[in-house]
Design a protein around this ligand. Structure first.
Ligand code: 5AD
Ligand code: SF4
Length: 440
């Protein structure tokens, strides 16, 4: 018997990439690969890249430059680039870094086994198509191994919104929703393998409109209600949402569906109407605030999270102030803020850029405010009775760690629960990045 080949995947960026990396590992598992955490011992290194951050492609090229010498140590080593930088750069990657054997886009990685055979035979392989066939169907078989209690499940991919700053519509393509039945089958399989919480993933997940069992389109709310029926599945979340696709029935699901967690990531990006318009977001500040009111009326304890971009082209100090005002008004439990950076090919890249020093200063001020709110929300949990999905043992003896329904990390002291248990707790203390609790 020959020793199994070793696969090292480095994942950048969003949760969908984490999910995709798992599926790639499974696809190559069929080719005799086992995963390793050590790049130096790998026979195949895949960088599953993200294009959303600044200079993403440049960072991939420098990482490839660092990996190249490993080929001298192991002549069997093949190096591949997957994900959104692969999609955006295509064949250019192999031109700029000849050590790369394989380039595969996010919509064609089900073809990895054939591509792997090509590169083993000493050729290169490039696939950045948007193929007709459904990659998830081709990859259907998953090993029956036990899974961690919280899992991701991609239900929708791509985006038709074309926000002026964003590359996603170009790298992930148009919106495509997976059919309901396939998602339910995958969810049941995950539950059979120990999963208790599923986060439904999509670049614009609340625009989900997959074919239902009767052939008609189902909404995300309908999908959630169908998942709600699965015994053993205790928690449902979804991310990322666009405000304009937050339908009444989805808001009602937050009120009525007990398994749907009281946490919602609903990016607003800016608190100034002119900027929102220039961003092509399709909604105003008032519309967002009104939406938040309706969501909170349906589920008063829901914790909101958001993304912000500061220093978007032409943003004035007053417009940035409006963003701070919006944050003050809404209160977010979590928020991610970014300094605008240009993405070649997107409309905003052509516009007058904000002075980088001013943009840095705005980012710091926004992050300071967000951190204060985040800590206040954490602190407000002290004394409350929550439930925790146990994910792993903690660092100290007797401790178990998991997540509350609000997605806060919680350490439970003197806890005899097992991984995968939902434990009723009382929160005793808010620490820097987590909560402490005792079992009720
Ligand atoms: N510059 C800065 N931030 C960006 N984002 C997306 N594109 C850009 C860009 N060009 C942020 C948005 C989005 C999050 C995932 O990344 O806030 O919601
Ligand atoms: Fe990008 Fe989200 Fe806008 Fe789509 S809705 S273009 S993914 S920021």
């Amino acid at each position: 018997m020959t020793a199994p080949k070793k696969l090292f995947i480095k994942t950048y960026g969003c949760q969908m990439n984490v999910y995709d990396s798992e599926r790639m590992a499974e696809a190559l598992g069929g080719q005799g690969y086992v995963s390793t955490e050590v790049a130096e011992e790998a026979d195949m290194i895949l960088l599953n890249t993200c294009h959303i951050r600044e200079k993403a492609a440049e960072k991939v090229y420098s990482e490839l430059g660092r990996l190249k010498p490993l080929k001298a140590l192991n002549p069997d080593l093949r190096i591949g680039v997957a994900g959104c930088v692969a999609q955006a750069e295509g064949a250019e990657i192999m031109r700029r870094q000849p050590a790369v054997d394989l380039v595969v886009g996010p919509q064609s990685y089900h073809r990895l086994p054939q591509m792997e055979a090509r590169v083993r035979a000493g050729q290169t392989a490039l696939d950045t198509d948007f193929p007709e066939e459904d990659k998830f169907e081709v990859l259907k078989t998953r090993p029956k191994a036990k899974r961690a209690p919280a899992a991701f499940l991609t239900v929708q991919e791509g985006c038709d919104k074309f926000c002026a700053f964003c590359v996603v519509p170009y790298t992930r393509g148009a919106e495509v929703s997976r059919p309901v039945e396939r998602i339910l089958t995958e969810a049941r399989d995950l539950v059979a393998r120990g999963v208790r919480e599923i986060t439904l993933l999509g670049q614009n997940v609340n625009a989900y409109h997959g074919a239902g069992p009767d052939g008609s389109d189902h909404s995300l709310a309908q999908l959630i209600w169908a998942l709600n029926e699965i015994d053993g599945l205790e928690r449902i979340r979804f991310t990322t949402s666009h405000p304009n696709d937050m339908t009444d029935e989805l808001i009602e699901a937050h009120r009525d569906c007990a398994k749907l967690m009281p946490y919602l990531h609903l990016p607003v990006q800016s608190g100034a109407d002119r900027i929102l318009k220039r961003m092509n977001r399709g909604h105003t500040v008032q519309e967002y605030l009104r939406l938040v009111e309706r969501i909170r009326a349906a589920r008063p304890d829901l914790i909101l999270s958001s993304d912000f971009i500061v220093g978007f082209p032409e943003e004035t100090e007053a417009e940035f102030q409006a963003t701070l005002d919006l944050v003050e008004e809404v209160t977010f439990g979590y928020a991610y803020s970014f300094k605008y950076s240009t993405r070649p090919g997107t409309p905003a890249a052509e516009r007058a850029q904000v002075d980088p020093v001013a943009a840095d200063d705005r980012l710091q001020r926004l992050q300071a405010l967000i951190t204060r709110q985040q800590q206040a929300v954490q602190l407000s949990m002290v004394g409350r009775d929550l439930s925790v999905l146990v994910e792993k043992p903690g660092r100290e003896a007797g401790q178990m760690v998991g997540k509350s329904e609000y997605l806060h990390a919680v350490h439970i002291e003197d806890c005899d629960a097992a991984v995968g248990d939902l434990v009723p707790v009382r929160i005793t203390e808010a620490k820097r990045n987590s909560l402490a609790a005792t079992k009720r």
